[in-house]
Design a protein around this ligand. Structure first.
Ligand code: CP
Ligand code: NVA
Length: 333
């Protein structure tokens, strides 16, 4: 397997063996970190991380992983750089590739990160676009693998806005890794035909299924993992809250839904999450629509079944594996 110099733009660009390799290396890095063993492989490298949308986990994971690998890290957002408003992404890419050894990008259209990769002669890593969130799916599958020991044959149910970026990457990752995938949400928010057509043949080849349904009963005794995400993603207009709440309120992950899944089922969420009124957005929504918990109840979020903080930690270990493998040249020490 050769990862050196490659971009990390979407899950579908990688084979099952390659994805497994990212998970294996991430596991090793996690052990090294826990044991306090230094792994500064790249003292002479620097990376730039570009964020056109806000972030806590992804930004901090790239920064900490970068420092742990011995690299210098520069954070850029539109307010502190020329990116987007005064300089095109193509020009920004070509400038940054002269200065840095790798570039992370979080933003809107997938085409932007694809163009960045086209123009930058260094690895480009996708830190979330409107279309997908591949580093999230890697971290999630490390969490699932750690918990269940084995991935093949498990069933992951993504409940809610099943056509969003996180759902798309999880469908692709499930198909690649032999995990049955259920997208459970309203017909209006079903995954695109394009993504399903891309993933289904891969799933069939790997002996797993992709189910698209609006019926919560389909989770009955089947799901090993119940996964949800916010009902309105970054970049979507706030005016859509009313429509989304109407469409999605019956897909809230609550104790009743968790009880429908297998007894051993776990709850996952990419975070951030609206499970209480401790955020300004949740309070604003509460004032207008009267709901105090959205995609998941506080009871489920805080329950023993919830592995959301393990999942958040695993973002860092898997991002480190992605950077390491795409930057590491055999002759380098
Ligand atoms: N899950 C995730 O990507 O979180 P951030 O938006 O905080 O990076
Ligand atoms: N679907 C969410 C994921 C955040 C990590 C969003 O795009 O805002």
């Amino acid at each position: 397997m050769n990862f050196y110099g490659r971009d990390f733009l979407r899950i579908l660009d990688f084979s099952e063996d390659e994805l497994r390799c990212f998970l294996d290396i991430a596991k090793k890095f996690k052990e090294m970190k826990r044991e306090g063993r230094s792994h500064k492989y790249f003292p002479n490298k620097n990376i730039a991380i570009l964020f056109e949308k806000t972030s806590t986990r992804t930004r901090c994971s790239f920064e900490v992983a970068g420092y742990d690998l011995g690299m210098g890290v520069t954070f850029l957002d539109p307010s502190g750089s020329q990116m987007g408003h005064k300089e095109s992404i193509a020009d920004t890419a070509r400038v940054l590739a002269r200065l840095y050894d790798g570039i992370e990008y979080r933003g809107f259209d997938q085409k932007i990160v694809d163009d960045l990769a086209k123009y930058a002669e260094v690895p480009v890593w996708n830190g979330l676009t409107d279309e997908c969130h591949p580093t999230q799916a890697l971290g999630d599958f490390l969490t699932i693998q750690e918990h269940f020991g084995e991935l093949k044959g498990l069933t992951l149910a993504f409940v809610g806005d099943t056509r969003n970026n996180v759902a798309n990457s999880l469908m692709a990752m499930s198909a690649k890794m032999g995990v049955n995938f259920i997208a459970c949400g309203p017909a209006e928010l079903r995954p695109s035909d394009e993504i399903v057509a891309a993933c289904r043949p891969i799933a069939e080849k790997n002996g797993c299924t992709i189910t698209i349904t609006d019926d919560i009963a389909e989770l009955e005794s089947r799901a090993d993992v119940i996964y949800t995400d916010v009902w309105l993603s970054l970049g979507e207009p706030q005016e859509k809250w009313g429509e989304r709440i109407e469409l999605l309120k019956s897909y809230q992950v609550n104790a009743e839904m968790m009880n429908k899944a297998k007894d051993s089922a776990i709850f996952l969420h990419c975070l951030p999450s609206f499970h209480d009124l401790n955020t300004s957005i949740a309070r604003d929504v509460n004032k207008v629509f009267g709901i105090s918990e959205m995609e998941v109840t506080n009871e489920v979020f805080e329950s023993d079944k919830s592995l959301v903080f393990e999942q958040a930690e695993n973002r860092m270990h898997t991002i480190k594996a992605v950077m390491f493998l795409t930057l590491y040249k055999k002759e380098e020490k």
